[in-house]
Design a protein around this ligand. Sequence first.
Ligand code: SF4
Ligand code: SF4
Length: 166
Amino acid sequence: MKNSNLIEDWRNQKTANRQKHRKFVKKLHRKKGKKLDELGDELHEEVFREVDCLDCANCCTSIPPMLLRADISRISKHLGMKTTQFEAEYLVEDEDGDMVMNSTPCPFLDAENDNKCFIYEHRPKACRKYPHTDQLEFSQNLRLHAVNAQHCPAVFHILERMMENL
Ligand code: SF4
Ligand code: SF4
């Protein structure tokens, strides 16, 4: 069952827990390995059983996703646009030279209605992988998790539960 209190708890507690999460992920560098990744996967499943992304959409609202060439050609094709036209209309180059969506909230988020993504089946790889806490990749993104706990209620609660487990 989804538990919207987790999103509310995150809103109320994220700032106060910022430093604690930074220190915790630094300590996790010493625990890197398969066991940590398995625990990441387990807590990811557990927390996402309780958090409904459609009640949140904070990543789509506040973090412009990066698009790879394959994303650009797939989405352009889906929209019936030339890649150059799609890039001009929706993308911008960031300070690292990556192509990202040019506005927040994301132009493909249906924020007026149900927070669904207009291009869900074709969405960028970065959107599919966010928040990078599962697929046995938890330990590859430790510093990112401390940052993402400020943007994503699921990451916040995964870190909180991990602290209780370790
Ligand atoms: S493309 Fe879709 S999933 Fe990705 S940020 Fe935009 S609305 Fe969200
Ligand atoms: S910020 Fe996290 S919980 Fe919210 S929609 Fe994105 S992935 Fe889901």
